[in-house]
Write a protein of this length. Structure first.
Length: 251
């Protein structure tokens, strides 16, 4: 059993409109990890910086914990981000996600999940949610994998100025992983979460990525993130876009 899989990620953020922890987060990459029987632990560090007219440094520390035993899989992620500009802290956020999957002898997988986070850039003091659903997945062709998920989640948010919001949501997602030829892989994950009592109150997250394995230990990657909130708090913008280029070194 490989107990620890360690990696160091060095990322240069080319264009960033929103920090990485903004609102919704794509947890699909965790599920697609090669979980071995027993415990799995992974730790990563990202550093981005800008110099010139803007002096800014961003640190991202994340940890992943997973446990697999037969058809049972539990995995979680802890993520924290700190950003400072000209020596002053301007952003901090944290995120904890835990999910359980039961792998049946069919294409359908039941799952249960919960999440906690805060995000000062959104003036979000706390966000807690819990939910469950089903997932349909499979290989369309030798090089193309797709998955669809749907379920119910209960969401409780507490913002600055003593504002609280409780929302039951219909959570849906679609995953596409395409490997046209080695060493190139392309993936895209789309989440759509309308409120049950008001379908126009919807949150959308789309993440697309391109990975090229240069060697066994070095991977070139590019990720495009788009987040949309139809009714953001405090007159914030409805959307955020980020583009990240990175080099991953594994050992």
């Amino acid at each position: 059993m490989r107990f620890f899989q360690r990696f160091i990620n060095f990322s240069l953020i080319i264009c960033l409109s929103a920090p990485l922890l903004h609102g919704q987060i794509n947890t699909e990459k965790l599920r697609q990890s090669a979980w071995e029987e027993g415990w799995n632990v992974r730790v990563g560090l990202d550093l981005s910086f800008r110099r010139g007219n803007v002096e800014k440094t961003d640190y991202l520390l994340d940890g992943v914990l997973g446990w697999r035993r037969g058809d049972h899989l539990v995995f979680g992620k802890i993520l924290g981000e700190f950003e400072d500009a000209s020596g002053s802290q301007i952003y901090n956020a944290a995120f904890v996600h835990l999910r359980y999957n039961l792998h049946l002898k069919t294409p359908i997988t039941p799952e249960i999940f919960t999440q906690y986070q805060f995000d000062k850039s959104l003036k979000l003091n706390t966000r807690f949610l819990i939910g469950s659903g089903i997932r349909l997945e499979g290989n369309v062709t030798k090089n193309l994998y797709m998955a669809f998920g749907t379920g119910y989640m209960w969401e409780q948010e507490n913002y600055e100025q003593d504002i609280s919001l409780t929302t039951p949501r219909w959570t849906n997602y679609m995953v596409v992983n395409w490997h046209p030829k080695p060493p190139v892989s392309i993936s895209n994950t789309l989440y759509a979460q309308p409120a049950f009592d008001e379908f126009s109150f919807i949150r959308i997250l789309n993440e697309g990525s391109l990975r090229v394995e240069l060697t066994r230990h070095i991977v070139l990657r590019m990720t495009l993130n788009y987040r949309y909130d139809s009714d953001p708090m405090f007159q914030l913008r409805k959307y955020d876009i980020s583009l990240t280029n990175g080099l991953e070194v594994r050992f």
